[in-house]
Design a protein around this ligand. Structure first.
Ligand code: GEK
Length: 263
């Protein structure tokens, strides 16, 4: 792993798949991935920055300060489920939302201790006055307190498909009326030709971002049966089944899409 000096937060380049790996090695969110995660996600997810940039704008419109904190002050509770290093949480707190430090209570949850350890440190350093709790937990079976907004950014895709409805049901139940879920996923269309084209252009996107053939094929193998995509149709049907009155796809870039669901 190499770093670039002279940047405020030295960027650690993603070199996880630069050497051939055991073909059976599965992708995991371990220390090696954590160290280069911001670079990895920026170079691997088309539109990642654009999707995050809309989170504070959505929060501003839909957070209704429907909860109270321990001091009895009205706040909006927001969950960032599968938070990794807190990218979505940090985006939520940028100026576009216009929130003061005491208006949002953010609970950021991730199953990987390597992720939550670093997220805890980074968030405490950057947002010392904000009410942010980082929790190490599996979002399957995790109990949510009443909330105004839930962010599931590129996380549902890592759960076994049979566990996805239960997680969405828990989210739906915890949201206040008028609350929102922002769900971002890698997707497929179900049409063989369209999917082949989208996947090839996605690999072109990765090549353009400096990934080699070895890195692209290494990650593809490691993600097999770890990241399982659904179609947008399946997502919207599932959202409707758990009770959301409306959902729409508000962003799409190649095979990545972000949906918003309204309670
Ligand atoms: C971002 N949202 O930067 N419970 C909790 N966390 C899980 C589970 C689970 N069952 N399974 C996987 N994760 C982030 C990016 S990354 C997306 C999310 C990616 C966690 C896993 O540990 C990892 O941190 C995250 O989901 C997925 O906006 O790397 O493509």
């Amino acid at each position: 792993m190499s770093t670039t000096p002279n940047t405020p937060d030295a960027v650690v380049y993603d070199k996880v798949f630069t050497t051939p790996l055991d073909k059976a090695a599965r992708f995991s969110f371990d220390e090696q991935v954590v160290a280069c995660f911001p670079d990895m996600i920026r170079r691997s997810v088309p539109g990642y920055g654009q999707m995050l940039a809309m989170l504070p704008i959505f929060a501003k419109r839909h957070c209704q300060f429907g909860q109270t904190n321990e001091a009895g002050k009205r706040i909006s509770r927001v969950y960032d489920l599968g938070c990794s290093l807190g990218g979505a949480t940090m985006a939520l707190l940028n100026e576009a939302g216009g929130f003061t430090a005491d208006q949002l209570q953010i609970k950021a949850v991730d199953i990987s201790p390597a992720m939550t350890e670093k997220a805890t440190r980074v968030l405490a350093e950057n947002y010392p006055d904000h009410d942010i709790e980082v929790i190490t937990a599996d979002i399957r079976g995790f109990q949510l307190e009443p909330c105004d907004m839930v962010i599931l950014n590129l996380t549902l895709q890592f759960l076994p498909p049979e566990d996805r409805t239960q997680v969405l049901q828990t989210i739906y139940n915890a949201l206040n009326d008028g609350g929102i879920l922002v769900l971002t996923e890698k997707t497929h269309t179900g049409d063989e030709q369209d999917d082949a084209w989208l996947v090839e252009r996605y690999y072109d996107f990765k090549r353009a971002n400096g990934y080699s053939e070895l890195e692209i094929s290494g990650k593809r193998n490691a993600l097999e049966n770890v990241l399982i995509t659904d179609t947008l149709d399946t997502h919207h049907k599932r959202l409707s089944e758990v009770g959301f009155c409306r959902s729409l796809t508000w962003f799409q870039f190649l095979n990545f899409a972000s949906m918003i669901a309204f309670k």
